[in-house]
Design a protein around this ligand. Structure first.
Ligand SMILES: [Cu+2]
Length: 400
């Protein structure tokens, strides 16, 4: 196939060169001027053919791929801020598309219309102040609106959770100003997800505590907030609850990418980042949405006895969007958005990393006796220590 395309391109090139040679020969026989006119007509005509062909190709490819595009058809956003981003994209796309079609047609049509031919010299039109004012002014005004609109969306999208909001587990009734904080740590080549457990709070980490296979995140076991933290193999979230994701990396650059929620943020070693988003569509609802499209009704896996269709096995995914090495492709994780009761049921089946891997082993640095000394100390100067501890906690957890 590749060779055939290459061969066709080479053939077309040879034909064009030969036509050029014939024109040269004809010029010698019939005179320069007439040959020039013929050449102008031929090139102008080719331009018009290209214009029609290219516009057809652009629209045909759009129609062909439209249901695969984010922000269109089945793939409208599954989060609140994602809808703002989709709208911004669609407005920009519509305006630039109109300009593209008009300028594309004019470019080639004028080259044809004003070509030099018998009794008609090519029009020389070097300057027009009014025209220049219009073609500078109109785009400037449109761009201003697009940029201001885009900035406003950007600022709202990137805003952090307000300070007075409460991190919760999502197991009880969720208030207006509650959110769930989870964590994604990128390393070659996987995402280690961390969920805060019943206290709704992620415990502190420090890089010197990291032991691959034993304490992969470097959690500090003397911090009780760590004791109920989960490391689930998929990200499960209740619908319509704001989520704050702490994003960290342990080796090279990764990127925390949830395409269906329009979440994308670099995971940078040594520089914690975050992203706040609110999922609005459960996995089940999204599957129902896909069900209506023929390409999603195909059999997902021919070897599967149940012959499930593609929409039935669809899952949201967390991907790495930063080429981070040879195992980059394997960083996929499933994301599941569920109703709160399903979320509670899922949580009840989970066991914390501490209770299954650390508690009671030689690696367990949490010793009642040792800690109670510290606690006695802490109680005597409670206020200062508490504040200090909180600051240290924040610093520690942000330090990786
Ligand atoms: Cu990666």
């Amino acid at each position: 196939m590749g060779w055939m395309i290459m061969g066709s391109i080479a053939l077309v090139a040879i034909i064009l060169i030969q036509i050029g040679r014939i024109n040269e020969l004809a010029a010698r026989i019939r005179g320069e001027e007439e040959a020039q006119f013929r050449s102008n007509t031929f090139n102008g005509g080719l331009g018009v053919v290209f214009m029609v062909g290219f516009l057809t190709f652009v629209f045909a490819s759009f129609m062909y791929y439209k249901n695969s595009l984010l922000g269109y058809g089945p793939h409208t956003s599954a989060s609140i801020h994602g809808t703002w981003i989709d709208n911004t994209f669609n407005i920009t796309m519509t305006i630039t598309m109109i300009v593209f079609v008009i300028t594309h047609i004019l470019l080639f049509w004028y080259a044809w219309k004003y070509r030099e031919r018998a009794g008609h010299a090519a029009t020389f039109y070097p300057h027009n102040n009014k025209l220049e004012m219009i073609w500078m002014g109109v785009p400037a005004i449109v761009m201003t609106f697009l940029v201001i609109g885009g900035l406003s969306v950007w600022n709202r999208t990137m805003a952090d959770i307000p300070d007075h909001w409460t991190p919760v587990s999502g197991l009880n009734e969720i208030g207006e100003e509650d959110y769930i904080e989870v964590e994604g740590t990128g390393l070659q080549w996987q995402w280690i997800l961390r969920h805060p457990g019943e206290d709704g709070k992620l415990g502190a980490r420090y890089y010197t505590e990291i032991e691959p296979g034993i304490n992969p995140l470097g959690q500090i076991w003397t911090d009780e907030k760590n004791h109920d933290d989960l490391q689930p193999d998929k990200l499960v979230l209740p619908v319509n609850v704001p989520v704050r994701v702490r994003i960290v990396a342990m080796d090279v650059l990764h990127n925390f990418y949830l395409p269906h929620f329009r979440v994308k943020m670099d995971a940078v070693p040594g520089m914690p980042t975050y992203f706040v988003f609110t999922p609005t569509t459960t996995t089940k609802e999204y599957r129902q949405r896909l069900k209506d499209y023929p390409e999603w009704q195909e059999i997902a896996d021919p070897d599967d006895e149940e012959k499930k269709q593609r929409w039935e096995v669809f899952d949201y995914e967390l991907a790495c969007a930063e080429l981070c090495g040879k195992g980059h492709f394997s960083m996929r994780r499933v994301v599941e958005v569920v109703e709160q009761d399903e979320y509670i049921a899922w949580m009840s089946e989970q066991k914390s990393y501490y209770s299954t891997n650390i508690e009671g082993t030689a690696k367990d640095t949490y010793k009642e006796g040792v800690l109670s000394d510290k606690e006695t100390e802490a109680e005597s100067e409670e206020n200062i220590t508490k504040e200090d501890a909180e600051i240290t906690d924040n610093k520690l957890s942000e330090a990786i």
